[in-house]
Design a protein around this ligand. Structure first.
Ligand code: PLP
Length: 217
């Protein structure tokens, strides 16, 4: 299990970039991982996890929540509006608020329920045609629209283009967050979380470096 190693590397990256110890929240991404690997990380005391699929999370986490008090679950995958209700039952945070129709439905649900999950707007920081997210040029207006719907936006999330230097993308996300007064930056995965921490990440999403490779077979 790579949890201890990752925690050490996070602490070192925080110190190296002058960030306070504990400034960065580690989201252990447990999608598709075998039960035993996830339970080992729960047994080690970690409580903050990320999942990509509502159905998969619904099948696994209610029982783990009973056994391991204090679990905080983050939705980091694309969210279909017809899965919004079960998603709100399950997740404490949503990192993939990526379109106006989702914001509108979310606002209605939040009003009915009287509680709002931690919300991150997903920005398509590389403006890639195949990727979800708000285009960088539309981000300010989208954040304002969400706020006008009474949604509290905690921060921004991005997945930089593959095979590219992530630094300019992390910096761009940080710039959009700063000019919108948003404190949260969900950026950095197994391959680049130390770079993301140096660029100001507050939440990193690390899967395979903790649990091992995912087997989609
Ligand atoms: C799967 C996933 C991760 C974790 O990826 P690793 O490379 O295994 O760390 C992080 N963020 C998102 C959005 C993901 O879908």
């Amino acid at each position: 299990m790579g949890l201890d190693d990752i925690k050490r590397r996070i602490a070192a990256a925080e110190a190296a970039s002058g960030r306070a110890a504990g400034a960065v929240t580690l989201i252990a991404v447990s999608k598709v991982q075998p039960q035993g690997r996830v339970e080992a990380v729960l047994d080690a005391g970690h409580r903050t996890f990320g999942e990509n699929y509502v159905q998969e999370a619904a099948a696994k986490w209610p029982a783990w929540r009973d056994r391991f008090p204090g679990v905080e679950l983050h939705m980091i995958g694309p969210l279909q509006t017809n899965k919004l209700k079960p998603a709100l039952e399950l997740f404490d945070a949503i990192h993939t608020l990526d379109r106006p129709s989702l914001a509108q439905k979310l606002a209605r649900q939040v009003q009915q329920r009287g509680t709002c999950p931690q919300l991150f707007v997903q920005v398509n920081i590389g403006a890639e045609p195949q990727k979800a997210g708000i285009l960088p040029g539309d981000a300010d207006a989208f954040v304002a629209d969400c706020q006008a719907l009474d949604l509290t936006i905690r921060g921004l999330m991005c997945i930089p283009p593959e095979d590219a230097d992530p630094v300019p993308h992390f910096r761009a996300l940080r710039g959009i967050a700063a000019r919108n007064g948003l404190a949260g930056l969900s950026m950095g995965m197994s391959a680049d979380f130390e770079t993301a921490i140096a660029e100001g990440a507050t939440h990193i999403r690390v899967g395979s470096a903790i649990f091992g490779a995912r087997d989609y077979g």
